[in-house]
Design a protein around this ligand. Structure first.
Ligand code: NCD
Length: 356
């Protein structure tokens, strides 16, 4: 039984909680008909402030397959945000209607902020370029179901490692496995952010930086491809300079191990050529389906937690500000923020700076 109420990062679950969640996921995969009424009468509040197809549909389908219902929006233009409502007020209100909240927001740290004002569990469905724990659940269910463990694996992460939140979340979680070697395959401008490199070092996770797929491919057990996150680029020119780089093709795949897994959180643009899709190693569409079952297990588990009124929170910053201009504290100025200069922001993990 999960004690933790909010899922901001998949690492919020203990090893035992994750293992129970994985067991429940496999039970649902093997016998979905046993769960059609498991969330009957429960309501999921689904707040998508940023476009999404898979995650949004996957959560909604997961809830419906459990017999529950979904309310919310997939376009913030149709919510009171356009009238200037704060995140705090929206969450306060939705958490008095719904039994759980799933939220995607372009601001980094938004899910953590929302959880502070919620009386029901908040699930982070992506907060800017920061984290995406249920994609990590999807990735881990795929690896565990298809290979049994992530221990002793060589895992290549390719594409946009700077803005790709799925990569950041996955790396956080892989820390739990033994002897995992990470290959970071990205151009310099899309390399892993400093705070994530720091994370790898602090946790003694062996990694190497590689400049092309070809260099790493023969070694890998898993190749995790990602899309270049056009919407997070500052200028269109920056994006155009990189589009089309780091592409996987059927020709390149010939040099990979016979049992390597090609994963991708999707949507795919052109980083995986269409001729890869029929290769048995290309498991990204199965991965998306595993994700729905993982989300069913998560919703079912969280739906059993009691309603607890959100506690008091301080208001505003105390001597520091976050150095990340995409941090949720930049737009929701009432959010409490304290700590020492150089310490990590409690919302988005970027370093704190002096408030002048
Ligand atoms: C990812 C996301 O939104 O971060 N997609 C997803 O959730 N399935 C990856 C992406 O958008 O490239």
């Amino acid at each position: 039984m999960i004690q933790m109420r909010h899922i901001i990062d998949l690492c919020d679950l203990t090893e035992k909680e994750f293992s129970d969640l994985y067991k429940l996921t496999t039970n649902i995969i093997d016998r979905p008909e046993g769960y059609t009424d498991a969330c009957r009468g429960k309501v999921l509040g689904s707040l998508f402030y940023e476009p999404s197809t898979r995650t949004n549909l996957s959560f909604s389908t997961a809830m419906m397959r459990l017999g529950g219902s979904v309310v919310g929006f997939s376009d913030p233009g149709s919510s009171s945000t356009t009238k200037g409502e704060t995140l705090k007020d929206t969450i306060n209100m939705v958490s008095s209607y719904a039994d759980m909240i799933v939220m995607r927001n372009p601001r980094e740290g938004a899910a953590k902020a929302a959880s502070m004002y919620s009386s029901v569990p908040v699930i982070n469905a992506g907060d800017g370029g920061h984290l995406h724990p249920t994609q990590t659940l999807t990735d881990m269910v795929t690896i565990l179901r298809m290979r049994g463990s992530a221990d002793d694996m060589k895992i290549g992460l390719c594409g946009d490692l700077k803005y790709g939140r799925t990569v950041h979340s996955l790396l956080h979680f892989l820390e739990r496995y033994h002897n995992v070697q990470i290959y970071l395959i990205a151009p310099d401008v899309l390399g892993l952010p400093d705070y994530m490199i720091q994370f790898l070092k602090e946790h003694n996770m062996p990694y190497c930086e590689v400049k092309s797929i070809d260099d790493a491919l023969p070694e890998l057990d898993v190749l995790y491809m990602t899309r270049i996150q056009r919407e997070r680029f500052v200028t269109a020119q920056e994006y155009q300079n990189l589009e089309g780089n780091y592409q996987l093709t059927a020709e390149k795949l010939k040099r990979a191990k016979k049992d390597m897994l090609v994963l991708h959180p999707l949507p795919r643009v052109d980083e995986i050529a269409q001729d890869v899709d029929d290769d048995p190693r290309a498991v990204y569409f199965r991965q998306a389906r595993f994700g729905m079952f993982g989300r069913m297990a998560l919703l079912l588990t969280l739906s059993k937690l009691p309603f607890i009124r959100a506690g008091h929170q301080d208001i505003g910053s105390h001597g520091v500000k976050c150095s990340n201009h995409k941090c949720i504290t930049k737009t929701e100025s009432y959010l409490p923020l304290e700590g020492k200069v150089g310490e990590r922001c409690p919302y988005c993990d970027a370093p704190l700076e002096m408030l002048l």
